[in-house]
Design a protein around this ligand. Structure first.
Ligand SMILES: *[C@@H]1O[C@H](CO)[C@@H](O)[C@H](O)[C@H]1NC(C)=O
Length: 213
């Protein structure tokens, strides 16, 4: 190993810089290869085509048959191979009239939304000091939801809403407050003690969202 290479690798180790970011234009995900801790392996560049960089599917509405009347279609690194390693992704939210995007957060990913269709959509987020930032959005409006903060949308307009979203992560995580609390087997007693909610209300929401205990 030559001295310069050694120092480059040492530097990478110290700065945890990615080989792909510095040496390759892209690292299209190779879904067939085993996944490492850093994500997908790179597809052989000779086998990469323009189709890896194009994703179709956000033109059709997402399934909104649920209690929130809300659907989401993702174009993340897991189904849009070229996003791998690039730190961005997109998606489409559909909200029926009277529907909502329930309060949720994405750890480590900032989100930018563009209202594609609809009007009178309340978009909001809650800062870590509990201050609420909310505004009525209409078609063409854009809002940014800073990383990690709880946010939500409420479609109080007269038509279904379509919201296109972008994330500063190729594989953003999502955690919904309601499903985290009421769609699993966390006991009613623990939820009641840790949230101060009344047990009957917890039981009601567990039944509605499919939780137990
Ligand atoms: C939409 O989701 C519901 C609930 O998960 C499911 O029953 C239904 O089959 C889905 N509809 C379509 C068109 O996929």
């Amino acid at each position: 190993m030559g001295f310069p290479i050694f120092f480059f690798l040492l530097f990478c180790l110290i700065l945890s810089c990615s080989y792909a970011e510095h040496v390759q234009d892209f690292c299209v995900a190779d879904y067939a290869a085993p996944q490492g801790p850093a994500g997908y392996a790179c597809k052989d560049p000779a086998k990469v085509s323009v189709d890896d960089f194009v994703h179709s599917g956000l033109g059709v509405p997402s399934n909104t048959s649920n209690v929130f009347k809300f659907g989401f279609t993702a174009a993340f690194a897991s189904n849009f191979a070229a996003l791998n390693g690039l730190g961005v992704s997109v998606g489409r939210s559909d909200i029926e009239v009277g529907g909502v995007v329930p309060i949720h957060s994405h750890s480590g990913a900032t989100e930018v939304v563009v209202i594609g269709e609809g009007s009178s959509i309340i978009g909001g987020f809650i800062a870590s000091n509990n201050k609420v930032y909310q505004k009525i959005l209409n078609k063409g409006d854009t809002m940014v939801l800073p990383q990690g903060l709880y946010h939500f949308f409420v479609n109080q307009g007269k038509t279904p809403a379509v919201i296109f979203v972008a994330f500063s992560s190729e594989s953003p995580t999502v955690q919904l407050l309601d499903t985290a609390l009421f769609q699993n087997d966390l006991s009613t007693d623990i939820i009641a003690r840790t949230t101060l909610l009344d047990p009957p209300q917890i039981q009601k929401l567990k039944r509605r969202l499919g939780g137990t205990n």
